[in-house]
Design a protein around this ligand. Structure first.
Ligand code: SAM
Length: 304
């Protein structure tokens, strides 16, 4: 089908795990392993690769792109945790939040943990990374993944994020939150086109997801020392993206949107062009949405 061919055109992205290795070492290893390094990608078209060719991504410094046929699941670098198999769009949240080493960070809906491991890499394993998830099974998978990735700065909790107390002394220094809540998944190429849908049922499902997403967002903004919160979904529906952000900004006047990556080609729907969208055709990734909220300086100073 048309959907299948769209999926086939997505490059295979590999994030270098800087907790264990460097981009240069991975490039060297892969060259010796028979891959052909084509240098730094300079335009989107450079990410369309064949056979054993690979490049450095044009937006994200620790990302490599390969032809869609490449499979690393049995590769030494993957098994040793030196590389993480992660779509480019899903690397945006941790990269854009960029908590400095030593900071206190919450990953609100964290399992299976690729973004948690990315946050830990950005933090150089220094600081406190509190990761929550409701699903015990997914958390178990996550433990394995974080162990393999060499993450040590985290605390996992099998807990409903909405019930985490923002005023607990434990979280008094939390300045950064990554919120990647459950969503419809409508941006995932492999989940699309799964037959006819009952429009009424679908609308009800989106409304219920959006109300959950907004509650998570409002809850995140209650942490007293919060500076920045990044919100992401792998949905292409504005109900779960711009509309959630719009409602949140109305309810939280001390927060504003931060303009993201001027060089990124696909923006949030108007008037939310500070946010990013991602799509198969325009960014060669799965469908995705990212918004970065920041507390106003004045609001920060007004704090006791
Ligand atoms: N950030 C993850 C990653 O990059 O690997 C993916 C997160 S996935 C989109 C959403 C997660 O939210 C699911 O694992 C789900 O179990 C969890 N979840 C749903 N409701 C939650 C809640 N109230 N509190 C905490 N986690 C929740």
């Amino acid at each position: 089908s048309a959907q299948q061919s769209a999926k086939d055109q997505l490059p295979r992205y590999v994030r270098v795990n800087t907790l264990k290795t460097t981009v240069e070492d991975v490039v060297d290893y892969l060259k010796r392993d028979g891959f052909c390094y084509r240098g730094q990608a300079l335009k989107l078209g450079d990410l369309k690769l064949e056979k054993k060719d690979f490049v450095k991504d044009l937006h994200l410094p620790e990302l490599l792109a390969f032809s869609y046929k490449t499979d690393f699941h049995d590769h030494f670098l993957y098994k040793a945790g030196h590389i993480i198999l992660q779509d480019k769009a899903s690397c945006l949240p941790a990269y854009l939040l960029h908590p400095p080493p030593g900071s206190h960070v919450i990953d609100a809906c964290a399992a299976p943990g690729n973004k948690t491991s990315h946050l830990a890499a950005v933090m150089k394993n220094k600081g406190n990374l509190f990761a929550f998830d409701l699903d015990a099974k997914r958390l178990a998978t996550m433990s394995t993944l974080l162990l393999r990735a060499g993450v040590t700065c985290h605390q996992l909790a099998n807990q409903d994020f909405l019930k985490v107390d923002p005023d607990s002394p434990k979280y008094k220094d939390v300045e950064y939150i990554l919120l990647d809540p459950s969503c419809s998944g409508s941006g995932m190429v492999c989940l699309r086109d799964s037959g006819p849908v009952d429009q009424e049922e679908e609308n009800a499902r989106l409304a219920s997801l959006a109300s959950f997403q907004l509650r998570c967002l409002n809850h995140g903004l209650k942490f007293p020392r919060l500076k920045r919160l990044i919100y992401s979904t792998c949905s292409i529906h504005s109900q779960e993206n711009e509309e959630v952000i719009s409602a949140c900004l109305l309810q939280n006047p001390h927060f504003r949107l931060v303009p993201l990556l001027a060089e990124w080609p696909k923006r949030g729907l108007e008037p939310f062009s500070q946010c990013l969208r991602a799509s198969t055709s325009e960014t060669l990734t799965h469908g995705f949405f990212v918004a970065l909220l920041e507390k106003h300086r004045e609001a920060e100073r007004a704090e006791p």
